[in-house]
Design a protein around this ligand. Structure first.
Ligand code: SF4
Ligand code: SF4
Length: 92
């Protein structure tokens, strides 16, 4: 089974009002993080490089928790989505 097929089994209930992920200081991303590893380590491509900032497309977050520890500047505030929101996995 391909990864795309596996991801298709996931269902998301998106909290439209509030992101569960925030970049603390966007200036650090653009001025003090030349490698910008969040563009690569996130399996869901949540972090994307825009013209002058990193955008956070939290709707597709798989809640793997990697970004809490993988940002070299500890510049990402991550918590689980509020109760009832977020991803649910369907297996089989
Ligand atoms: Fe910003 Fe952290 Fe991403 Fe670097 S890894 S660009 S500091 S969020
Ligand atoms: Fe990406 Fe995982 Fe962080 Fe969600 S928790 S934004 S899937 S690295």
């Amino acid at each position: 089974m391909k990864i795309e097929d596996k991801l298709f089994l996931d269902r998301f209930k998106v909290d439209e009002e509030e992101s569960h992920i925030k970049i603390t200081d966007g200036q650090i991303c653009m001025k003090a993080c030349p490698e910008q590893p969040c563009l690569y380590f996130c399996p869901a491509n949540v972090y994307r490089l825009e013209q002058d900032h990193i955008s956070v497309n939290y709707e597709g977050c798989l809640e793997c928790g990697s970004c809490r520890i993988a940002c070299p500047n500890l510049n990402i505030e991550w918590r689980f989505p509020k109760g009832g929101y977020g991803i649910s996995h369907k297996f089989g």
